[in-house]
Design a protein around this ligand. Structure first.
Ligand code: CP
Length: 365
């Protein structure tokens, strides 16, 4: 890369995404429709072969000589654990740093130096960081550093995968959300032509932002943004949707969008970004944006109810245990693990081996 760090960070996300494409995963804008369809097929193939001992053994050999670091300095349960599980399934050796207090950052080391140190030892860094530019900066450092590894016969820099950066992006969550939507809509023509209602804290919800970017890959989709004014979707996303001719509307309650929505994507108030007193507790969801059990009766027969999790009061608790296949968020969570197998397999160029093995074992997808 013949560009210095500050020049790189001054580029738009779309421009940075062009540099990262095929090398690291930082932004949802990196992905084309072909990429998304392939990742979904690969996730299905991975799931298929892993269900059989022969396939699980095969998969565990694919990246057995690779070491990865999960560098998560913001809280995480499912992204951290699903990446760990995916890496285990692929045979990778794993390490983690979850607390800067026990890294040399506490002695004044810069992020750039920390990343350069990490990539001296490992072949992949998955990172969650509160700074929205940390992933891009880490990518630049990795591209500039001398260490290269062999992937699919090519010498490449150590890949960086964002597991959530600031309030702006959570690209691997968006990929698993697409995988979940594809499953939910498999009998009704897929994602094209569907209306998704995104609910809650859309302003600081990095999952809904990344998912909105991915909508550029689908035909005739519409987004309904159901949020209180103070949490409404950012203008940058609305401009992106305008540029790509994607319809959207801002609405004042879940009920306003229930009859139209093919998918409902709930989010919690992201109050970790507020300056809250330690004793003040969590911000409560506004009544108009709480999904009630009674709403299930008003949803379309194929409509799916999703949530990236963790959740709080924005979904009525009784819904967790209703016997309704349209309640998708627990399956969505597990889908994340398979999509993360696919993401790593594709980055490390072992995807075709998984697909070939799956076909040999009877996979029809
Ligand atoms: N969806 C998600 O990112 O969950 P975690 O914060 O638990 O990783």
């Amino acid at each position: 890369m013949d560009i210095n760090l500050s020049e790189f960070l001054n580029l738009s996300e779309a421009e940075q995404a062009q540099y990262a494409r095929g090398k690291s995963i930082l932004f949802a804008q990196q992905f084309t429709r072909e990429d998304l369809d392939f990742h979904c097929r690969l996730a299905n193939a991975s799931r298929f072969i892993h269900a059989r001992d022969e396939g699980a053994d095969f998969m565990s050999q694919l990246l057995r000589n690779k070491v990865c670091l999960n560098f998560f300095i913001q809280p995480s349960s499912r992204t951290f654990l699903s990446f760990n599980t995916a890496q285990t399934y692929l045979g990778m050796k794993r390490m983690s740093v979850r607390d800067l207090k026990i890294s040399s950052v506490s002695k004044g080391e810069s992020l750039a130096d920390s990343i350069r140190t990490f990539i001296s030892y490992v072949d992949l860094v998955v990172m969650r960081h509160p700074d929205e530019h940390a992933g891009a900066a880490s990518f630049w450092v990795s591209e500039k550093a001398h260490r290269r590894i062999k992937v699919g016969g090519e010498e490449v820099a150590i890949p960086i995968i964002s597991g959530g950066s600031g309030t702006k992006q959570h690209p691997t969550q968006a990929l698993l959300d697409i995988y979940t939507l594809e499953d939910a809509f498999k009998n009704v023509g897929g994602i094209d032509g569907k209306t998704l209602m995104l609910v809650g804290d859309l302003k600081r919800g990095r999952t809904v932002r990344s998912l909105s970017y991915l909508m550029k890959n689908y035909q005739d989709v519409k987004l309904l943004f159901a949020a209180p004014d103070k949490y409404q979707m950012g203008e940058d996303i609305c401009e992106f949707l305008d540029q790509h001719g994607i319809q959207y509307a801002k609405i004042e309650s879940i009920e306003k969008g229930l009859a139209e929505a093919d998918g409902i994507y709930m989010t919690r108030i992201q109050d970790e970004w507020d300056d809250l007193a330690p004793t003040s507790g969590h911000v409560k969801a506004n009544e108009n944006f709480i999904f009630k059990e009674a709403f299930l009766d008003k949803m379309k027969p194929h409509c799916c109810l999703m949530h990236p999790l963790p959740k709080r009061d924005e979904i009525e608790e009784s819904i967790d245990y209703v016997d309704d296949p349209r309640v998708y968020y627990w399956r969505q969570e597990r889908n994340g693990m398979w999509m993360r197998v696919a993401i790593i397999a594709e980055l490390f160029k072992v995807a075709d081996q998984i697909i070939d093995k799956a076909i040999e074992m009877g996979f029809k997808g």
